[in-house]
Write a protein that binds this ligand. Structure first.
Ligand SMILES: O=C(O)CCC(=O)C(=O)O
Length: 261
């Protein structure tokens, strides 16, 4: 089983660097977890199974969450997770895909992959650091994410063998933070209950994120977000010359444009 780190006595950032993942157990209070699960359920309500083998034909997914974060917001801004992601990607980075994933009973294993595989970059570039929040207990039977520890350092083309995979077993309210180069997949759900998770990708600021947050969220709702989230949604320029609007910081530009309406 995947190692569970005690953040107080274990350098989580070093574990993430060395093993390609770190599990932080029970970061949420009971109240935060209950509220997050209730909100996740309201978003998942009425959503059908995905229509493709990768997302899972017995899996329900909700994408583009920024305009309806509700009680999921504290998970996206959790200080320990933010610190770890920042340690990997630097102060300025942005969200990749953000989604809820409810793996229902009968769902088989997801195809193995590493998330940063969408970017044609050399292996030594740490382009992406991702986060899976367990909204249910993750068990070896109910579809806990399967990971191949250390695979973030494997040469390109090496794929995990079955015996190299371990389930990320963790109680609800815990989180696994992992490198975008770590091989993994949602596990098979052989249990009778659903495994719900919030999955948050983070990528370097000069990459195109998997989701178009500006269009998906809408300008008015971007402005309603907390400044930290707004900038994670892509409003922070990567540099003085990359990601600007007419030479200006997009957030400042947007604030001025809406003020002068
Ligand atoms: O749900 C999970 O455990 C992992 C999902 C995943 O890796 C993905 O869809 O890219």
């Amino acid at each position: 089983m995947a190692e569970i780190a005690d953040i107080d006595h274990f350098p989580a950032a070093t574990a993430l660097q060395d093993h390609g993942f770190v599990v932080l157990p029970e970061l949420l209070s009971d109240e935060e977890l209950t509220a997050a699960v209730r909100h996740a359920d309201s978003l998942l309500h009425g959503v059908g199974w995905s229509d493709n083998d990768f997302d899972g034909r017995r899996t329900r997914r909700v994408y583009s969450l920024l305009s309806r974060l509700g009680a999921l917001e504290p998970l996206l801004t959790h200080p320990v997770v933010r610190r770890l992601v920042t340690a990997r990607l630097g102060e300025v980075h942005q969200f990749g895909m953000l989604f809820l994933s409810a793996v229902d009973p009968g769902q088989g294993s997801q195809p193995l992959h590493f998330d940063a595989g969408v970017y044609p970059l050399p292996g030594e570039v740490e382009a992406e650091t991702n986060v899976i929040w367990a909204l249910d207990d993750f068990t070896a039977d109910n579809g806990a994410t399967m990971i191949a520890p250390g695979s973030h350092r494997w040469p390109s083309g090496r794929r995990p063998q079955q015996h190299e995979l371990v389930p990320v077993v963790m109680p609800a309210g815990s989180v696994v933070v992992y490198s975008g180069r770590l091989w993994h997949a949602a596990g098979e759900n052989r249990a009778r209950t659903t495994r719900r998770a919030l999955i948050c990708e983070h990528v370097l600021p000069w990459l195109r994120p998997a989701d178009n947050h500006t269009l998906a969220t809408g300008v008015e709702q971007l402005l309603d977000l907390a400044p930290e989230l707004r900038r994670l949604a892509g409003l922070a320029p990567a540099s003085k010359y990359l990601g600007v609007v007419g030479g200006q910081d997009p957030e400042q530009w947007l604030l001025q444009a809406t003020r002068s309406r």
